[in-house]
Design a binder for this molecule. Structure first.
Ligand code: TXA
Ligand code: MG
Length: 339
């Protein structure tokens, strides 16, 4: 298959029109969103959804998020919607926030991988919203990476993973948030945070004071343990190089990596010039939003460094730092050193 590259920066209207036509005829198209690029398909078409799973090599039991471009569209996606869902929608939509709700009948079963729930998000990115409105379709869209690889925050990341496997890529701006949306389940007894993102637990608790943070956010699940979100159990974001997450202050981190050999450091910009091994900075330790924006691109770069091991300095778990930490601990296969 030849993957069309649609230029949404210089020829926006054409990119939106062509992408919408491909989606209406059952094709699959990678599109920018504010969090990461998504691989979109009509949420009404079982066949199109199956092509998404195939292109990504995604395990069949890992459900997709349905994207909408107005709150009115929610009635076509979910049913028995609780009042707190509308309160969350008012507070966090459009934006990097996903709710798990009881699934409506119109959505293809494969979207939810056989569950009776559905995840839904109204993104703030103009391009994906215009494509949803133009095509008239809710779009199921997982991150547009090969399963297991870091999520794509640029069109070239998408092309690196999926060229020749999908119908088109809408090449737009780099993702401004950089980590995937916050996922909250509203179907259990209490609201539950399944995946941290740019909407933080502090912000969520203003609307959902009973919020529980699922164990899988920071801990490794045991073999066979039941998961609320199937995506949590898979190995994720991992570079091929052996990666280790290091917790500790800047002085200890610098001393630790400087006495190692055949390794590289993923560090904060404050430490960069004190480190004597190969190194990449992913931003200031005081700015979790920058760390979030850079984390996946840096994870993609690790394998180009040609070293045996990489030591990643862990961010604080404050604010969006929790989401960065959650992605890094998976990238490191839960291999953590505390200094
Ligand atoms: O920011 C995002 O959410 C991006 C962009 C493209 O919107 N999408 C994304 O999709 O990250 P994906 O497929 O990579 O991650 C979806 C996550 C997975 O962890 C999946 O298990 C969970 O959402 N999920 C989807 N439907 C669910 C459901 N019905 N119940 C529980 N978890 C669900
Ligand atoms: Mg993903």
């Amino acid at each position: 298959m030849i993957t069309q590259k649609l230029d949404a920066i210089n020829d926006y209207a054409n990119a939106v029109n062509v992408a919408s036509e491909i989606l209406k005829s059952g094709g699959i198209v990678a599109v920018p969103t504010e969090t990461v690029y998504g691989l979109a398909a009509s949420a009404y078409s079982d066949d199109a959804i199956k092509s998404v799973f195939t292109a990504k090599g995604r395990p069949q039991d890992n459900p997709l998020i349905v994207h909408i471009a107005s709150i009115d569209m929610l009635d076509n996606i979910a049913c028995d919607i609780p009042d707190m869902a509308y309160e969350c929608a008012k507070a966090f939509w459009p934006g990097p926030f996903t709710m798990v709700l009881p699934k409506g009948d119109k959505i293809a079963d494969s979207v939810s991988a056989g569950l009776d729930t559905v995840a839904v998000r109204f993104p703030s990115d103009k391009t994906i919203c215009d494509i949803i409105l133009k095509s008239g379709l809710p779009l199921a869209a997982p991150s547009a990476n090969t399963s297991g690889r870091p999520s794509p925050t640029t069109a070239s990341h998408v092309i690196e993973d999926l060229d020749g496997k999908i119908d088109a890529v809408v090449c737009g701006n780099d993702s401004s948030v950089g980590v995937e949306s916050t996922v909250v389940s509203l179907v259990g007894e209490k609201p539950r945070l399944l995946r941290p993102g740019a909407v933080t637990p502090e912000q969520l608790r203003k609307i959902l004071p009973d919020l529980i943070i699922d164990d899988a956010v920071l801990k490794q699940l045991k073999e066979g343990e039941k998961v609320a979100s199937p995506g949590m159990k898979y190995k994720h974001y991992a570079p091929k190089t052996n990666a280790i997450l290091v917790e500790g202050c800047s002085n200890s981190f610098v001393r630790y990596v400087n006495q190692k050999t055949d390794c590289a450091a993923i560090c904060f910009e404050e430490e960069y010039y004190s480190i004597s091994v190969k190194k990449i900075s992913y931003g200031s330790k005081r700015n979790e939003s920058t760390l979030a924006k850079n984390v996946f691109a840096v994870l993609r770069d690790i394998d180009t460094l040609g070293v045996k091991e990489v030591y990643i300095h862990a961010p604080s778990k404050d604010g969006v730092g929790l989401a960065v930490y959650n992605r890094l601990i998976r990238a490191c296969g839960f291999n953590v050193v505390t200094l």
